[in-house]
Design a protein around this ligand. Structure first.
Ligand SMILES: *[C@@H]1O[C@H](CO)[C@@H](O)[C@H](O)[C@H]1NC(C)=O
Length: 308
């Protein structure tokens, strides 16, 4: 995985930097030697790694510099050991996004670090990121630096950064929630040309953790709410909702005004009664409605059959 990442990185750096003229006799060289010869004067590639220095509750994946560093080091060594590039091919600089300190200010720390590296002429590529907000801002801005700076990440699955127009040099190693939405659609959504093997669910309710929209959100001001980041759960369901409405006329109509959903904060106080209450609301909007209608019509038929 790390090796693939670095190969990809190498490729992107090579394609984004101004290609120097082909040295003479290069046809006899292996592609790797050619690459090394071509970019000799460009080396080392200056790569900025943007990650939080510490773990925190802000990052549910627990990604930190200390965890990423050994993986990156092994990949760098692999490239050297295999004779693909010389020992000094890469100059890694680690920049703390301070996501551990504040989830909304991380966007600023990450971006200023990147801008500073660019101004000091030490930015050929960017890797890392633990949060989608920093990633989105950096990837949007850095596409305009020079010929565009490649950004590679294992984060950023959210559908909002899928646009090739806004994020032309962004590579997401883990794919995106949109791909997950496709599987979920295949697995459970109602489809016109339905196949008895599929679930074909029509009434779905999204129940998810999200501090910003939570029913059990502690009393907060509007400013505090806008400062809160949306959760991964929210972003994954957002991708599902969009995918369903794009693909299906049924869901486009059913979710036109409102998609049934129940956001709650999994970390805020809640009593078992609250959960009962939420589940009751949810059951009425999901298959519960189906059962109630079915129950009533059966009841009417039963009454008729019994002469009353
Ligand atoms: C490597 O990066 C550091 C900054 O992180 C910079 O000061 C140094 O000049 C770079 N080295 C080369 C050879 O570019």
């Amino acid at each position: 995985m790390a090796r693939t990442l670095l190969f990809l990185l190498l490729f992107l750096v090579a394609t984004s930097a101004d290609p120097p003229r082909q040295p003479k006799g290069s046809t006899a060289m292996s592609p790797a030697d050619q690459l090394a010869a071509l970019y000799k004067q460009h080396m080392p590639f200056n790569v900025l790694v943007v990650l939080p220095a510490k773990e925190s509750n802000n990052d549910k994946f627990g990604l930190t510099m200390d965890k990423a560093r050994p993986v990156i080091d092994i990949a760098v060594e692999d490239i050297i050991k295999q004779g693909i590039l010389p020992a000094n091919w890469i100059n890694l600089t680690y920049h703390d996004s301070r996501y551990w300190e504040d989830s909304s200010l991380a966007e600023r720390y990450a971006t200023t670090g990147v801008v500073q590296a660019y101004c000091e002429h030490r930015l050929d590529a960017i890797i890392g990121f633990a949060d989608s907000y920093s990633l989105a801002t950096v990837a949007k801005v850095s596409a305009g630096f020079g010929n565009g700076v490649p950004v590679m990440t294992t984060a950023g699955m959210i559908a909002q950064i899928g646009s090739k127009k806004n994020f032309p040099y962004l590579t997401r190693m883990q794919g995106s929630y949109r791909q997950m939405a496709d599987s979920i659609y295949q697995f459970l959504a109602f489809k016109e040309d339905n196949d008895a093997k599929e679930l074909n669910y029509k009434n779905l309710v999204f129940v998810y953790h999200d501090k910003r929209r939570a029913l059990n959100r502690p009393q907060t001001t509007t400013e505090q709410v806008t400062d809160m980041a949306s959760s991964h759960c929210y972003f994954s369901l957002y991708a599902i909702k969009n995918y369903f409405t794009e693909r299906s006329d049924y869901f486009k109509e059913a979710w036109k005004i409102n998609t049934p959903h129940l956001p709650f904060d999994e970390e805020a106080e809640r009593a078992p009664e609250d959960i009962h209450k939420w589940l009751r609301i949810v059951s009425q909007q999901a298959n519960g409605r189906f059962f109630i209608l079915l129950g009533l019509s059966n009841y009417a038929a039963w009454r008729k059959g019994n002469g009353g």
